[in-house]
Design a protein around this ligand. Structure first.
Ligand SMILES: Nc1ncnc2c1ncn2[C@@H]1O[C@H](COP(=O)(O)OP(=O)(O)OP(=O)(O)O)[C@@H](O)[C@H]1O
Ligand SMILES: [Mg+2]
Length: 252
């Protein structure tokens, strides 16, 4: 397994966001994480990405148990995340955003440091080309880009540093039809590169056209997972809602 979690629980005050949750992602697999609003999806992705500390639970990355104290720890283990609220620096250009926290220096002597802008721009260009992100101008500040382009920069950044796992929290939620298609193409390109992907989505049609497996959270518990070829949207909707779509009966 490329990424595995077991027995993950998390409380926020009186809210039990996750209870005894497990998940497994095979190497190179694209998986979806689905569930209603408040089901715990972002919390689980936050825990897998090191942004949120679980109360309980264990995580393994490529067979080794890991203890992430921050997203930087996760990044060192090859796990990158694109959050629901994009963390881009609006006033900076594409290259600067791609290198945020990983700046290259010509000279670094305490306060006297000189950024190696030429090297960063060259590598940024390569990275953007490799991930299939279409950006008109790499010198454009992110503020002046469309939602799809910004999402593209965020995904390129997540995918670009030899990462093995990319976690995406609703990458297309705020996008139009064309921009969504473009972001889905980027995700397919990452899959072809063998990157393991876990994507939160509310759009089952999108999920069924893209992923290998689907994991369903309901009220903070993992209801189960399905191979996409062995299930139907109706079954996934039943798992999400806890209501049998055929009979309308609620199950426990
Ligand atoms: N920082 C926090 N403080 C308090 N409660 C939180 C916090 N983060 C999440 N929660 C609560 O935990 C539960 C799960 O939230 P989470 O954001 O994981 O849901 P989600 O499945 O991502 O929902 P959505 O589809 O709306 O994004 C919710 O009841 C939410 O209100
Ligand atoms: Mg969420």
């Amino acid at each position: 397994m490329m990424l595995k979690a077991e027995g993950v629980s998390k409380r926020f005050g009186g809210v039990e966001a996750l209870r005894d949750v497990g998940i497994e992602l095979r190497s190179g697999e694209v998986a979806a994480l689905v569930g209603d609003n408040g089901a715990g999806k972002s919390t689980l992705v936050g825990i897998l990405s090191g942004a949120i500390r679980p109360d309980r639970g264990r995580i393994w990355c490529n067979g080794r148990e890991v203890h992430f104290h921050s997203p930087i720890d996760a990044r060192h283990a090859g796990v990158e995340t694109v959050y629901q609220t994009l963390a881009l620096a609006n006033h900076l250009d594409v290259a600067a955003n791609l290198f945020l926290g990983r700046e290259k220096y010509l000279l670094r002597l305490g306060p006297f440091s000189i950024l190696n802008r030429a090297a960063m721009r060259r590598e940024a260009r390569e990275l953007v080309a490799r991930t299939g992100v279409r950006i008109p101008d790499i010198d454009l500040s992110v503020m002046n880009m469309s939602g799809g382009q910004r999402q593209g920069v965020a995904i390129a950044r997540a995918a670009g540093w030899g990462s093995r796992v990319v976690l995406l929290d609703e990458p297309t939620a705020a996008l139009g039809v064309q921009e969504t298609a473009r972001v889905l193409d980027i995700i397919k390109a990452l899959k072809r590169q063998g990157i393991t992907i876990l994507m939160i989505s509310h759009n089952l049609r999108q999920v069924f056209g893209l992923v290998d497996s689907i994991w369903v959270l309901r009220h903070g518990q993992m209801v189960g997972s399905r191979d996409v070829r062995a299930t139907r949207p109706e079954e996934i909707v039943s798992m999400i809602t806890g209501v049998d779509q055929a009979t309308g009966d609620e199950f426990a």
